[in-house]
Design a protein around this ligand. Sequence first.
Ligand code: AMP
Length: 131
Amino acid sequence: MATIFSRIVAGEIPCHKVAENDEFFAFLDINPVALGHTLVIPKKEVDYIFDIDDPMLGRMMAFAKRVAHAQESAIACKRVGLAVMGLEVPHAHIHLIPITKESDMYFGGKKLEISQEKLAEIAAKIQKEYK
Ligand code: AMP
């Protein structure tokens, strides 16, 4: 059965898309720990990120880098932090999180409550900056 993230790529489940190329897809996390929290996934289903072969992992990181630069331009932050866990969704993904302090990347706390309208606005801003 397709993963929830494959269903997002297929357009079966809605998302706030940020960027896409032929191999990878980026969209806002539904339970963000910070404004602009984005997930980068391969379109090909792979559960564990470190099972991805070296060339593809390199391309995924290069795609994530371009998304991160777009986030930096669109969202007030010092840097974009990167995390990989994959404990919840068995489809490899990189969390890209605009941060100004270490605690902005805390996953164990209460998630931000952001309206769908605001999420759409943030996604559009990042999308516009994606080169
Ligand atoms: P983890 O697998 O532990 O890295 O966590 C999975 C992440 O995916 C969490 O941050 C969730 O909020 C996020 N997530 C799960 N379902 C969706 C969805 N339908 N759209 C956007 N983000 C999602």
